[in-house]
Write a protein that binds this ligand. Structure first.
Ligand code: GAL
Length: 685
């Protein structure tokens, strides 16, 4: 078969060339650039040119496959690999690495028809339908079997391919409200989960306090899912259902990673998390992957996110200055130092209420922000805009007529700049260093949603406000799970933490950092009951305070008080404390807003942003941090020897004298003034 063997030789040569190129790409790379590509959307005749243009643009990795199940397996057991083989060969031949997605977010129609009970049910008890994506229930055993089959097929075919260097599991677990399913499959799995957790039904009755309203159960088989109740269901029941649902996502993912580890042992495994999404515990899921990916859509999230109208207007084309940074810091911790942007907005999206285009320069700036935070990769979504189906209005790097879209040039520029920084500054192996840690808890978010006790209480919102206030000082921040080691930090911020576990208490006890706590800390036990010694529960061993009662307030109300001679305000929430400590900020009627004992601080109220900034300034300077407030809309981040200063304003920003005094060699930009969406990169002196 001479023809056949010629083909094999050719294939081998292409692959060897690809491997050599890959070595060049990844060596000392500050951050790689990549793109999301859907070869199945395009005529194969376009692929070679696409691949060559990607490489020419400076992209070195291409993410494919995550929605391609119906093309891989058009009918049950009838696999069509030919097109995917060819797509992979073509991309690899241009020197690109491939990240292959398992296609389990989009089960084909024939599968739904074969297993109608694999669909998730919504809270109203209705099965969700085929016709978009993510139409499956994490608890469906039949679906898990189908998934393990397709992942096994793909992994055994491509797991050892030299150009398939990484895998992504599924796509955006939980997107479109899909973590919590109220299906019969979920009910059966929930009962098993409860049995495992409690052993005896009496233990569940105790933990949930079912004596209240006569909810006592005599067996696990009697327990239903917490939907369609007449009024609010038992909060501990809901919390356990949320924990169970999170665990189902984690075990579904692990089913896939176990297969990938076996068949693709040398590949990194990723998943792409979302922005502002908390329905499962990302710290826990990340234990099974190598790199925590996330999808960054700063403009979409500004529009649909919990931002003030002023910010929505001011940053309409830039996105909020802390949006990407917050997720970089959170997901870097999830990935134990390794994270990536797997989808980067390149232009208008199709899914927000309003979809403006990024200001000129923003795609470049977002790319630098990721590099400054230590990301390994930024991959733009998507290569070419699709002229059909749901996302026709979503921009790509190319327009649907194949001409470069606005972001194309910015990517080209960012690529060149990152290359130039590699010779001067950090390599991707540089661990970014932070002086400030913030403790983030998925479970506190769940408890907050279940019993907010005030319509304006929003834990994620509170946390983000604290993060944004701290970032105004230009310091690096790590976001950590409760219980993570805190010794290496100078300051640890805990905006709230409802249940403080033994391991979290140990971590607080073992650090010399300044500790700043916010309202409602320690207000619940693990079973979501009030602690027997009242809030802040175990924290009383670090701070001699007890919460006697708490109040929540409507929008217009502010508790005014004084701190260091200045007027300050608390809002939304106020814990009324009993303590021997004299408050250091007091309301006009004598209630404490802020308490302190040595290096431990506690806000009894949700501080407004001026109050919070004032106090953080004092905490940071006492802790010896080099922290000064940056101009509005300007942010700073260092990675290794390089310091980035980034302008999220639509207008030029002058740098303060203090910033100018920092000196250091200017590697990129202008040290006097930042252009709109401009940036300055300096090498530390
Ligand atoms: C993400 C998703 C992509 C695409 C993108 C559009 O949520 O992972 O597949 O839909 O949004 O912005």
């Amino acid at each position: 078969m001479p023809h056949r063997s010629m083909q094999s030789v050719l294939r081998l040569c292409l692959l060897m060339a690809a491997v050599r190129l890959r070595g060049l790409h990844s060596r000392a790379s500050l951050m790689r650039l990549g793109v999301c590509y859907y070869p199945e959307h395009w005529d194969p005749a376009l692929w070679p040119r696409d691949a060559a243009r990607m490489a020419e643009l400076g992209l070195s990795i291409v993410r494919i496959g995550e929605f391609s199940w119906s093309r891989i397996e058009p009918a049950r057991g009838a696999y069509d690999w030919e097109w995917l083989d060819l797509a992979i060969e073509t991309l690899a031949g241009a020197g690109l690495d491939i990240m292959l997605g398992t296609p389990t977010a989009t089960p084909p129609k024939w599968m739904i028809d074969a297993h109608p009970d694999m669909l998730a049910w919504d809270k109203e008890g209705r099965p969700r339908r085929f016709g978009s994506r993510r139409h499956y229930c994490f608890s469906s055993e039949a679906y898990r079997e189908e998934c393990s089959r397709i992942v096994m097929q793909m992994a055994s075919r491509y797991g050892a391919h030299p150009s398939v260097t990484s895998w992504q599991t599924d796509n955006e677990y939980g997107c479109h409200d899909t973590v919590r399913s109220y299906s019969p499959a979920a009910l059966a799995a929930f009962r098993l989960w409860l049995r495992k957790r409690y052993g005896e039904i009496a233990a569940l009755n105790d933990a949930w306090g079912t004596v209240f309203w006569s909810q006592v159960y005599s067996s696990f088989e009697e327990v239903d899912l917490p939907n369609l109740t007449v009024t609010e269901p038992n909060p501990a029941h809901v919390l356990d259902f949320y924990r169970f649902s999170s665990d189902q996502v984690i075990s579904f993912n692990r089913m896939q990673t176990d297969i990938l580890r076996k068949h693709a042992p040398s590949c990194d495994v990723y998943h792409n998390f979302m922005g502002f999404f908390t329905d499962f515990d990302h710290f826990q899921l990340s234990n099974d992957i190598d790199v925590a990916g996330w999808d960054s859509y700063p403009l979409g999230f500004l529009d649909v996110g919990p931002y003030a109208l002023d910010d929505k207007q001011r940053y309409m084309r830039q996105g909020h200055p802390d949006f990407a940074a917050f997720h970089h810091d959170l997901y870097r911790a999830c990935g134990r130092g390794r994270f990536a942007v797997l989808e980067q907005q390149p232009g208008p999206v199709n899914w927000a209420h309003h979809n403006p285009a990024p200001l000129n320069g923003m795609v470049r700036l977002w790319t630098h922000e990721a590099a400054a935070h230590g990301a390994e990769l930024t991959s733009y979504f998507r290569w070419r805009q699709a002229p059909f189906a749901q996302e026709q209005w979503h921009a790509g790097l190319l327009r649907s007529d194949d001409a470069p879209a606005a972001a194309y040039e910015e990517v080209e520029k960012a690529h060149k700049e990152l290359k130039s920084l590699e010779n001067e500054g950090p390599t991707k192996k540089t661990a970014t260093h932070a002086d400030i840690a913030m403790v983030f808890s998925y479970e506190t978010q769940w408890m907050s949603e279940i019993q907010p006790q005030g319509a304006r209480w929003n834990y994620l919102g509170l946390f983000y406000e604290w993060y944004a206030a701290a970032r105004r000082f230009g310091c690096n921040i790590d976001i950590l799970a409760p219980g993570a080691a805190l010794q290496k930090y100078s300051v640890v911020l805990t905006p709230s933490l409802f249940h403080i576990s033994d391991s979290a208490m140990r971590a607080y006890g073992e650090t010399d950092a300044a500790l700043v706590f916010g309202p409602r800390c320690g207000s619940k036990t693990e079973a979501m009951q009030t602690p027997s010694n009242l809030a802040p529960g175990p924290l009383q061993s670090l701070l001699p305070v007890r919460v006697m009662h708490s109040e929540s307030f409507p929008e217009a109300h502010k508790e005014s008080g004084r701190y260091s001679g200045e007027a300050v305000y608390g809002r939304i929430w106020l814990d009324r404390l009993e303590t021997e400590l004299a408050p250091i900020a007091t309301t006009d009627d004598g209630a404490g807003l802020l308490f302190r004992q040595e290096r431990r601080w506690l806000f009894a109220a949700w501080p407004d942003s001026a109050f919070l900034t004032r106090v953080l300034g004092d905490v940071f300077s006492e802790a010896g941090l080099d922290a000064a407030i940056l101009p509005e809309g300007v942010r700073k981040r260092s990675n290794g020897d390089c310091v980035w200063t980034l302008n999220y304003n639509a207008a030029p920003a002058a740098l303060s004298d203090m910033e100018k005094d920092l000196g250091g060699k200017v590697l990129l930009g202008n040290a006097e003034q930042l252009a709109p969406a401009g940036l300055l990169v300096r090498k530390k002196q």
